[in-house]
Write a protein that binds this ligand. Structure first.
Ligand SMILES: Nc1ncnc2c1ncn2[C@@H]1O[C@H](COP(=O)(O)OP(=O)(O)OP(=O)(O)O)[C@@H](O)[C@H]1O
Ligand SMILES: [Mg+2]
Length: 315
């Protein structure tokens, strides 16, 4: 059997295992003994990966663009619970750009972006806070907790988690991370809980800021000394040329990416994302990954196979 054969078998088995979980009504007696044996074989195959990641913190940034529909969210929740059950310590940081945009539109307010960041006046900040903390966070926590009392939602304003400062007065209440105090997250993890975090931060006066979720995910990964930070978005990874779908970059070092940032080759939401990856990997996180969050169980494929999907960023 070649390496490729075994990888393909591993992927097929992951997909079957998770889709079996989706088909709860199917009585296990109706599967053949061979199918059960294949599952057992698969569990043995992923054992080295489980041992590798056990006890390690993995920060998963769930992009607002990756939340395509309820079935994507349901599968995302299954993946997070599965990670936890095999001993990984997942921390979810979520975005919600499109969801904020949709409510803005309903309210008749225009969205304006500069370098991938939303220009945020006081009213936009209130809308962003309501959507992120009150809606998107609740939906993710709810989807995970269908599987048991695992997830706890937190905002960056809770327990002094994110201290923020204005990024640029022209952007209004768009914040930058001044510091992260990971104590609250560490406490939740030590209690066996899964923190699900919205990215509103506050400064010392209590003024709230909306902070790009990619920036926060990188900073949280760094503060928690996470093993990996995984960005789930709506593209397969970083393209050399976004218009050429054959130009996906499989692996990049931080110096290669720094060159791209400096030469202004990145655009839109990719700018804060790549900047965050570079910073996290520069500061001790072993790797950052950009994956298409709409692909079923993509985080499991990354963690439990050697497929090398998406874009991997290393020191
Ligand atoms: N070179 C590139 N390769 C890949 N994507 C790119 C590139 N340049 C720009 N992009 C854009 O970056 C987008 C992903 O970033 P975006 O901020 O929109 O999503 P997200 O971070 O997943 O969601 P959210 O910001 O709501 O959390 C892609 O949909 C794509 O349009
Ligand atoms: Mg983004």
């Amino acid at each position: 059997m070649t390496d490729n054969d075994s990888t393909d078998k591993g992927v097929a088995a992951i997909l079957r295992l998770v889709s079996d979980a989706d088909e709860k009504e199917m009585p296990s007696e109706s599967r053949s003994i061979e199918e059960h044996l294949e599952n057992a074989q698969f569990l043995i195959e992923i054992l080295p990966y489980i041992q590798r990641w056990r006890g390690k913190i993995v920060v998963i940034k769930y992009g607002g663009n990756a939340m395509a529909d309820d079935s994507v969210s349901m599968r995302f929740a299954e993946d997070i619970v599965l990670m936890k059950q095999v001993g990984i310590l997942p921390v979810v940081v979520h975005g919600g750009g499109p969801q904020i945009g949709a409510l803005m539109e309903k309210l008749g307010k225009k969205s304006e972006f500069r370098d991938g960041l939303r220009v945020t006046d006081a009213e936009t900040l209130d809308i962003a806070r309501m959507v992120l903390v009150g809606k998107v966070n609740r939906d993710i926590v709810g989807a995970i907790n269908v599987h048991g009392p695992h997830a706890v939602g937190v905002s960056g304003e809770d327990g002094g988690l994110i201290t923020a400062a204005a990024r640029n007065p022209e952007l209004g209440f768009v914040g930058d991370v001044s510091s992260i105090n990971p104590t609250l997250l560490a406490k939740l993890l030590s209690e066996g809980l899964i923190p699900v975090m919205s990215t509103i931060g506050a400064d010392a006066t209590g003024q709230a800021y909306n902070i790009n979720a990619d920036t926060v995910a990188g900073a949280v990964a760094e503060a928690l000394k996470a093993e990996k930070v995984v960005y789930l978005t709506d593209v397969a990874g970083l393209y050399e040329d976004f218009d050429d779908k054959k130009s996906l970059i499989r692996r990049a070092t931080i110096s290669e990416l720094q060159e791209k940032i400096d030469s202004g080759l990145l655009s839109g939401g990719m700018i804060p994302k790549i900047e965050a990856c570079v910073r996290a990997v520069e500061n001790g996180v072993s790797s950052a990954h950009l994956l298409d969050g709409r692909v079923p169980h993509v985080s499991l494929l990354e963690l439990f196979t050697d497929l090398g999907i998406g874009t991997m960023i290393v020191p």
